[in-house]
Write a protein that binds this ligand. Structure first.
Ligand SMILES: Nc1ncnc2c1ncn2[C@@H]1O[C@H](COP(=O)(O)OP(=O)(O)OP(=O)(O)O)[C@@H](O)[C@H]1O
Ligand SMILES: [Mg+2]
Length: 255
């Protein structure tokens, strides 16, 4: 299953992506590929791992180096470079997309890369995409074709309305996402105030989960520690685990 976390800036996409990856690894839903699709990449920090290369960097150098290649095909060249950029961890692998292209023609590099990423994706049972904030990537349709678009919001009326707009935009561009739903994050006490519940209703989105405001997440963040170290009983982790158990139970029944 391909899951994509989307939503406005700072709502918790990266945090919830990291918790999702932890759950998938723990439940043997492997192999898993984590895709950091935010050009200000920081999923690796939430996971406590380092990376050396990005797809954007490979695309940039491909424009220059591929011309000079003899013997090895351009496709193979990019395949090898992307393979080398995948960080292998216990439980999941990580690929960082990096910056979008600069000036000049990237058509060739992009076309080949799309194939390379597609083939890479086929090696994995599950993929989790941590998207960049806002609506840009949706309007440009740069996401892979996803099974579940998870629209994350903070616990504010404005945040929920933005989530509704993201959903409407996904419709407008006919985003290839089989299902979608709303996750409200950083909910004080874990249940929605009336005003927020009404705003959620107005979006027409299915409310998948309310993730509590969690002091353990805040403490790890304040200390610069990866959120993947969060204790098992932490409220945000427990709530995220419940959601994932539901999503994957439904998916398994369908198979
Ligand atoms: N449930 C939670 N409880 C407490 N703090 C949280 C929770 N979820 C996320 N946070 C905090 O909220 C902040 C934003 O989270 P995060 O970086 O995951 O958001 P994001 O949507 O990925 O942001 P960006 O749009 O910048 O990529 C971080 O400081 C994170 O620790
Ligand atoms: Mg993020």
């Amino acid at each position: 299953m391909i899951l994509a976390m989307t939503g406005k800036g700072g709502v918790g996409k990266t945090t919830l992506s990291a918790l999702t990856l932890g759950w998938l690894a723990e439940h043997g839903e492997v192999p898993v590929l984590a895709v950091d699709a935010d050009c200000n990449a920081n999923l690796n920090e939430a996971l406590g791992i380092a990376y050396n290369a990005t797809v954007g960097g490979i695309r940039e150098s491909a424009r220059k180096e591929v011309q000079a290649l003899k013997g090895v095909s351009k496709q193979e060249f990019l395949d090898l470079r992307v393979q080398a950029a995948v960080v292998e961890q216990k439980g999941y692998d990580l690929i960082v997309m990096g910056r979008p292209e600069g000036q000049g023609c990237y058509c060739f590099a992009n076309n080949v890369l799309r194939d390379v990423l597609d083939r890479l994706a086929h090696n994995y049972r599950n993929i989790v995409i941590d998207s960049e904030a806002g609506l840009e990537h949706i309007s440009r349709r740069t996401l892979l074709s996803v099974d579940y678009l998870l629209i994350v919001s903070d616990c504010t009326v404005r945040g929920i309305r933005t989530a509704g707009r993201i959903s409407a935009l996904a419709d407008e561009v006919a985003l290839p996402a089989k299902q979608r739903g709303l996750i409200v994050n950083r909910v004080p006490g874990g249940s929605l105030p009336e005003s927020i519940a009404e705003a959620v209703k107005a979006t027409g989105l299915t409310l998948l989960a309310c993730i509590p405001l969690d002091q353990d997440v805040a403490a790890l963040d304040a200390d610069g520690e990866p959120v993947s170290r969060i204790p098992p009983e932490s409220p945000a982790r427990v709530a995220m685990n419940e959601l994932l158990a539901k999503l994957y139970a439904v998916e398994t029944e369908k198979c």
